[in-house]
Design a protein around this ligand. Structure first.
Ligand code: GLN
Length: 451
């Protein structure tokens, strides 16, 4: 822990991965871990290991703001379930990491506080929205980190920062205590430097929770296949995922080389098709804003967070929300409210839900022919700060290869697979629902074969 606090002190001026470092809490948890290790009681693989936490996951007594001014000063009175489980396991909390406001973004530039920089090249973004968590692991500030993934926010920053990131099957991990963005898509998951560490963290935080009705009572078996290799597995290569708009040739070539590594390790590559890929982005950018407009209605200044007084109650709501939310969050609330309003609901929201079903069926069909699907995680490498800020559509295109996994509720891992123009590239592995163990197995097999 002391070593990581020293790295944080050295690296933060350059990277800005953290919004808050919880040094006192870390020291007391480390002392508790020392006691456990001395007595041998209550020792788990995570005891004493320092982690960083995305600022959207509530930690009792620690300011948690979702990267937003509207929650400045908010100290949750309770722990999210994942936090309670890590505390129980003897973990050490280093602090809260920067993110796009309410997890809306792909570059961490939408933070209400400051941007985070990519440790591989500080003139570039770390990806987002969990960019602080990815950068904290990539720079050695934290051993592992928690992030959230609604459309790619774990996998994409993992790819851009050259670390492993995993989005579990929807329902694998409790969302209790997660500040909601889009409830039917959000999942919490780990960042680590290797697949094995990510799997250990996922194992520790998974499992049913009576406080989240969408958490599923499934066996927690994510480690069960880890070292089984890919000999005899069929890996689906979706034609459409290699032809998306804006795919950089260097990324494509790097991922194609990674597929050959998997083939040499014994996997059979089969071509599959996900015919509705082109409609995924449009459907996601209706469904996610619709859910966000509903979830963010609760920030009304009455019970907690920022309050800007007006002449009357309505004025107070308006002033608080106008000052407290940044431009991207306001854009999403307006888009979502519009898509849900009378007369437009059928044309936008309902239609987007139908497309969501078609996309889930595409994956079901593809998985009849393969055990997992492999592709690039992001069509591009880390881009310069500011490059896509003026063009929301260009920013949204970062998610084109990841958001299908959210719409269909699938588990997905991003594992580093080389570089393009000197910057990290991620290989994405998607598996059928509840086959988190298979996604991790393929990613691990790649790591072993690559090394
Ligand atoms: N970049 C996507 C968005 O802005 C995904 C964000 C996320 O996964 N939280 O909605």
């Amino acid at each position: 822990m002391e070593r990581h606090l020293a790295v944080i002190e050295r690296e933060e001026p350059r990277i800005g991965a953290f919004l808050r470092v919880t040094e006192d809490l870390a020291r007391s948890q480390a002392a508790e871990a020392d006691r456990r290790l001395a007595s041998g009681e209550g020792v788990t693989p995570l005891t004493g290991i320092p982690l960083a936490i995305k600022d959207v996951i509530c930690v009792a007594g620690v300011e948690t703001t979702a990267g937003s001014r509207i929650l400045s000063g908010f100290r949750p009175p309770y722990d999210a379930t994942v936090i309670a489980r890590l505390r129980e396991a003897g973990a050490v909390f280093l602090g809260m990491t920067n993110c796009d406001e309410f997890a809306m973004g792909s570059s961490t530039e939408n933070s209400g506080y400051h941007p985070t920089r990519n440790p591989h090249d500080p003139s570039r973004v770390p990806g987002g929205s969990s960019g602080g968590s990815a950068a904290a692991v990539a720079s050695g500030e934290a051993v592992y980190a928690l992030g959230t993934d609604t459309g790619g926010s774990i996998r994409q920053p993992a790819a851009l920062c050259g670390v492993v990131g995993m989005k579990p099957t929807y329902g694998r991990v409790s969302r209790y205590g997660l500040i909601a963005f889009a409830s039917s898509l959000d999942q919490i998951g780990p960042f680590a430097t290797g697949v094995r560490d990510a799997a250990l963290v996922l194992q520790a935080v998974s499992g049913p929770d009576p406080r989240d009705a969408t958490s599923a009572d499934r066996p927690v078996d994510v480690l069960s296949e880890l070292e089984a290799g890919v000999e005899g597995l069929r890996l689906g290569v979706p034609r459409e995922y290699f032809q998306v708009e804006g795919m950089e040739p260097g990324v494509k070539a790097t991922v194609e080389r990674a597929l050959l590594v998997l083939e040499r390790a014994g996997a059979e590559l089969v071509e599959v098709s996900l015919p509705h890929t082109d409609y995924g982005l449009a459907a996601y950018y209706i469904i996610a804003p619709a859910e966000c407009s509903s979830n963010l209605a609760r920030f009304d200044s009455v019970r907690y967070g920022l309050r800007v007084e007006g002449e009357n109650l309505l004025e107070t709501y308006l002033r608080t929300r106008r000052q407290g939310f940044g431009p991207e969050v306001r854009r999403r609330i307006m888009l979502g409210t519009y898509a849900l309003s009378a007369g437009y609901y059928d044309a936008y929201y309902l239609r987007a839900q139908k497309v969501r079903t078609l996309i889930a069926r595409d994956f079901e069909q593809a998985f009849l022919h393969c055990d997992a699907i492999v592709s690039a995680t992001s069509p591009v490498v880390a881009f310069p700060l500011g490059a896509k800020l003026a063009d929301p559509l260009a920013m949204y295109l970062n998610d084109v290869l990841t958001l299908g996994g959210n719409l269909a509720g699938l588990p997905g891992v991003s594992v580093p697979c080389g570089t393009s123009e000197g910057l990290p590239v991620g290989l994405q592995v998607l598996a059928p629902q509840w086959r988190d163990a298979t996604a991790l197995r393929v990613a691990r097999a790649y790591e072993v074969a690559r090394d």
